[in-house]
Design a protein around this ligand. Sequence first.
Ligand code: SF4
Length: 294
Amino acid sequence: MERDGVVICVASKAGFCFGVKRAVQIAFDASEKWKEVYTIGPLIHNPQVVSLLEENGIRVLSSLEEVPHGATVVIRSHGIPLDDLRKLRDKGVRIIDATCPFVKKAQEIVSNLVKKGYLVAVVGEAEHPEVKALLSYGEGKAFIYKDIPEGAKKIGVVSQTTQILSDFFDAVSRIMKGCEDFTELRVFNTVCQSTAERQLECKNMAAKVEVLIVVGGKNSANTKRLVEIASDCGVKAYHIEVPDELDVSWFFDKKMIGITAGASTPDWIIDAVVDRVKKLTGGIVQDGRVQRDE
Ligand code: SF4
């Protein structure tokens, strides 16, 4: 389906964020140094990268109980609940902490707020590992924002680092309406800059392209949010993990095609998707990879 005048825009913010890059590097370094290296759950939400890590001796366990005595455990970029950290220490395993510094900062905020007598409302997905860890730092005084107890007087609010910024602000306003007795509300915008920039670029891109390809793990929350953002802007967005999922019919009659990717999508998969879209459409890459790497 080669056509003239097809333009492919590749997001300059697509791919590994600082925290993911750092965690992957830490895991590779650990596997070079120590033989038995494990993560509890996948290091990042991208099955292809997790397979590559496994090939390099970094194995995924589904629970703490499976960690062998004396092994090395790499803590994922979205952190670990305090209880689990204590259990690991009790087991005597070597702990390599790859928690993203931005996630750590949010954990510290939760902990400090609780020490100062606040109840903490966390805006995020209850089942996401980062949120579970954040709640644990409240030691019983932190709640998913919808569950904040009635009558709370001093309330602190933080966000999962990958929330859509406007959803976070909406949640804050809902907290204010729902907790009429509060006397003090402290809001900490803990959406990380990398997330905010990626989402803004996605929104801008959605305004100019006719179809948007979003590349990332199907289990990646931040990738799913990019699809949501594009859909809210009225552009058709397809979430794929690998180039084989691309369907030529998506590009029929389209002159402006966008490609972006989640924070845990490696460059090699983005490059392969760009190549495949070029082959399917005969399009020319207008910006992105070269610009991005400069
Ligand atoms: S999305 Fe932000 S907070 Fe999460 S790992 Fe990446 S840089 Fe860190």
